[in-house]
Design a protein around this ligand. Structure first.
Ligand code: TXA
Ligand code: MG
Length: 328
């Protein structure tokens, strides 16, 4: 019998079941006060990769890591005075803080899209909090809709849009807020609103005791708002040679599906994104493998062709940026 995803009303049983699905690497649609989120274990690259796959996101936008408390958030990110004041004023609630990632943080590279900052939020919906407490680890959750579609504010929206790809839908009724959280970056400079949302600018300014700016157009385009658009952002130290089919002397190899192979032991270092040819596995491995090959000391990383389908589009987008000529 063809059946949709399992669906449970919010409550203690749903929280326990959701935590089990998350622990198994599965996806849980969960209600928050803003919109329904598509949640996965934020510490697992593979689980996070399946979010991108199900949403059919063309790119690895960084995801918000949801946690149960300010203390849990401070394990993942570094809070300056502004971030602390905002968290204390608005958490739990519809505010996401982008802060520098903590050294001891547990959230996967893929969830952060390889950035050295992290978006953190403590949601106010009791069902979301119950799931986060039962699971005990950060949950990466974008809105539970396919890329380009309208954000879901009921369990029915989620079921219609994402159907059977979700392990469990927790039905907490319609979302109270219905627009996504306000995103405030508290990084080096003055705080900046990256996305208007559930907490008003006026309320944020009242807590901070100062006016806060929109991101400067230049900064928005080049740095924080669109991190994936910065050409050299994902670039390793080594040069990147795309569409390689054989290894040259002095190169490290980033293979896919054994295309280049390492029979002759010619490569300085060799890693296969997915020897079985899984694009989800490849996405989960991508950033970590680039780091490791760069550390091998090779002057060039030869990259095998990756199919331009499904998550391959996002993988190729990142690899192309890594290969792009850079300044300095
Ligand atoms: O209300 C919400 O925020 C909902 C619920 C589910 O919590 N989530 C949500 O997630 O709207 P999403 O993925 O649709 O939007 C997350 C936004 C993206 O625009 C992303 O670029 C930004 O957060 N973001 C996350 N981490 C970031 C970071 N380190 N730097 C800059 N932007 C970041
Ligand atoms: Mg969204």
């Amino acid at each position: 019998m063809e059946s949709g995803p399992q669906r449970l009303p919010a409550g203690p049983e749903a929280a326990v079941r959701a935590a089990a699905v998350l622990a198994g690497g599965g996806l849980v649609a969960l209600p928050t006060e803003t919109v329904y989120g598509l949640g996965a274990d934020a510490t697992s690259g593979a689980a996070v990769a399946s979010i991108y796959a199900l949403k059919q996101r063309p790119q690895f936008n960084p995801l918000i890591a949801h946690v149960a408390s300010l203390a849990a958030a401070q394990h993942e990110g570094v809070f300056n005075a502004d971030a602390l004041a905002l968290a204390q004023a608005f958490w739990p609630g519809p505010l996401t803080l982008v802060v520098p990632v903590a050294l001891k943080g547990s959230v996967s590279d893929l969830a952060r899209a390889g950035l050295d900052s992290i978006g953190l939020r403590v949601p106010a919906h009791p069902a979301a909090l119950a799931i986060l407490e039962a699971f005990g680890k950060p949950v990466a959750a974008p809105s539970a809709n396919r890329s380009g579609r309208i954000s879901p504010t009921t369990a029915d929206h989620v079921a219609r849009d994402l159907g059977s790809g979700v392990g469990l839908i927790v039905d907490g009724g319609p979302c109270e807020i219905g627009v996504e959280s306000t995103i405030v970056a508290c990084l080096d400079g003055p705080p900046v609103i990256l996305r208007p949302g559930g907490v008003s600018r006026a309320d944020i300014e009242r807590v901070l005791g100062k006016q806060i700016g929109e991101p400067a157009a230049e900064q928005a385009e080049n740095a924080v708002l669109a991190p994936g658009m910065l050409p050299s952002h994902y670039a390793p130290r080594a040069k990147v040679r795309m569409n390689a089919v054989a290894v040259k002397p002095g190169e490290a190899v980033l293979d896919f599906h054994g295309r280049i192979g390492d029979d002759d032991d010619n490569a300085i270092a060799y890693l296969d994104l997915s020897s079985g040819g899984s694009l989800m596995e490849a996405a989960a491995n991508l950033f970590a493998f680039l780091h490791r090959l760069d550390a091998s000391g090779a002057t060039t990383i030869a990259v095998a062709p990756v199919p331009q389908e499904g998550l391959g589009e996002a993988i190729n987008d990142r690899l192309t940026r890594a290969a792009a000529p850079r300044e300095g």
